[in-house]
Design a protein around this ligand. Structure first.
Ligand code: MN
Length: 251
């Protein structure tokens, strides 16, 4: 089995080391990752600047976005992976955050390139990457055919997998989920730079969901479950089509 590993935290991120560790001895893994952190890039691509590719141990570093990395691997280097694995991201990718996530977008780009793809995120402190290594390994390989099976991942779908940052014994299991509503408090923080000028820093703290529905991704993780959400590209609002058609006809 040929695996392509990608991320948005950059080639030197501990989460990429963790991902490599989790697939060790399971086929041939090639890495391609941005030369620096490119979180929050979504599926941005670089079309008005050169892309510089550098060979590194076990793969490549690119001065581009996560989606650039996947495009480069498939279209530039003509790699033919059986699966693309993205992550392991430092920090959750839950609810609406999937719209901003470079980790998820790299997996979506993988699917656009015709390769079944999965995204992995650790929902908290880097100290739990060792737990995440075991979980990713178990999900991918302990039950052969459970996740790593092309027909399970339809043409335009990825699996978005979020792992709670908890000791192994405290993780309660796996929930198949849908996206929740992710809100943040204090998103724009105003600070002062050393020259006395104001600047803003975007961040904020996630508002914890008051729902107890364990089939919602961020609720599942909050309650100690690994969340697996299937995502697809088609953002068409299908339910609105008949009504819009009717209105157009009446107008
Ligand atoms: Mn990231």
């Amino acid at each position: 089995m040929k695996l392509l590993l990608v991320n948005d935290d950059g080639i030197f991120a501990p989460g990429l080391v963790a991902l490599r560790e989790s697939v060790e001895n399971h086929g041939e893994a090639t890495v391609i990752a941005p030369h620096q952190e490119r979180s929050g890039m979504s599926q941005a691509i670089t079309v008005n600047a050169p892309l510089r590719l550098t060979e590194v141990e076990n793969g490549y570093m690119l001065d581009g976005t996560p989606a650039d990395c996947v495009k480069m691997a498939i279209q530039g280097l003509h790699l033919t992976p059986d699966f693309i694995l993205s992550g392991i991201n430092l920090g959750s990718n839950l609810g609406w955050d999937v719209l901003y996530s470079g980790t998820v977008a790299a997996a979506l780009e993988g699917v656009l390139q015709g390769v079944p793809s999965l995204a992995f995120s650790l929902c908290g402190a880097a100290g739990y990457f060792s737990v995440a290594v075991d979980i990713v390994n178990e999900l991918l390989f302990h039950q052969p055919g459970f996740l790593v099976r092309p027909e399970l991942l339809p043409e335009a779908g990825v699996l978005n997998i979020n792992i709670p940052a908890l000791p192994r014994a405290k993780i309660k299991g796996v929930r198949i989920t849908r996206l929740g509503v992710r809100n943040y408090a204090g998103v724009m923080q105003r600070r002062e730079d050393p020259r006395g000028n104001d600047y803003y820093w975007m961040g904020g703290e996630p508002v914890l969901p008051d729902s107890k529905e364990l089939d919602i991704d961020l609720v599942a993780v909050e309650h100690g479950y690994i969340s697996i959400t299937p995502l697809k590209f088609d953002t068409t609002y299908h339910e609105l089509i008949p009504e819009l058609k009717e209105r157009i006809e009446q107008a």
